[in-house]
Design a protein around this ligand. Structure first.
Ligand code: MRU
Ligand code: ZN
Length: 213
């Protein structure tokens, strides 16, 4: 089914709201970061999502911030805007998870923690209450947040994504780059992103304390 103007405007408005909130946290330094929301209920061949245009200052609101793309990351309408350079990663996450929204940010905490654990391929987090933000309610459990290499060619990263996703962990980290967090909708993706960032800061600070002499 074709996407209606109303659906498109609603997705753009939701992206604008979340972009504004995340910008106030300083989570889009130097034009980094990208955000997307699925539009319509289409799956498979019908997958369409709204995504941030490439290279924009995500802390600034303009009438030219978002566009619609298809399952291959190609614009669905004539536009002068370029979709995010990392659109193919969003495509793979939508196809693999069926999620409704994906938020990507670069922070110092997610970069440092990814570097600390890159060689083992995952960031371990044990016994921290905020994993309940992922709906994991087991006491004192360890979760493992996947870390992928940050190749310069995005298609090389994108092809690793389906194999890296861990069913109950709604995120993947690119080494020394940033986090992709997703959810069934924008509300859930934001909650997951905030939980990840809390956990990364916790792991970072815990490492510092553990290594003091
Ligand atoms: C400007 S540094 C960050 C970019 O290289 C990239 O990683 C990023 O997150 C933003 O790219 P964009 O194409 O604007 O979506
Ligand atoms: Zn990025």
């Amino acid at each position: 089914m074709a996407i209606t103007l109303e659906q498109k405007q609603q997705a753009f408005a939701e992206l604008r709201d979340i972009k504004t909130i995340l910008a106030t946290r300083g989570w889009f330094p130097a034009t980094s970061g990208n955000l997307s929301i699925r539009v319509g209920d289409g799956a498979g061949e019908e997958l369409t999502f709204a995504i941030t245009a490439s290279g924009k200052d995500k802390a600034v609101q303009t009438p030219q911030d978002f566009l619609l793309v298809d399952r291959d990351g190609k614009p669905t309408e004539a536009t002068t805007l370029k979709p995010s350079a990392e659109t193919l990663i969003h495509c793979e996450i939508y196809k693999a998870t069926g999620c409704g929204a994906i938020f990507h940010v670069h922070t110092v905490f997610n970069n440092i923690v990814s570097e600390l654990f890159a060689n083992q391929g995952f960031i371990p987090v044990k016994g921290v209450e905020l994993i309940k933000g992922f709906n994991i309610w087991e006491e004192d459990t360890e979760i493992r947040i996947p870390v992928l290499p940050n190749y310069a060619e995005i298609p090389r990263i994108a092809e690793l994504v389906p194999g890296a996703i861990v069913p109950r962990i709604p995120g993947i980290v690119l080494r020394n780059h940033g986090i992709y967090a997703w959810g069934a909708n924008a509300f859930e993706a934001k909650r997951h992103l905030e939980a990840f960032e809390f956990l990364f800061e916790y792991v970072y600070r815990w490492q510092l304390l553990s290594n003091r002499s």
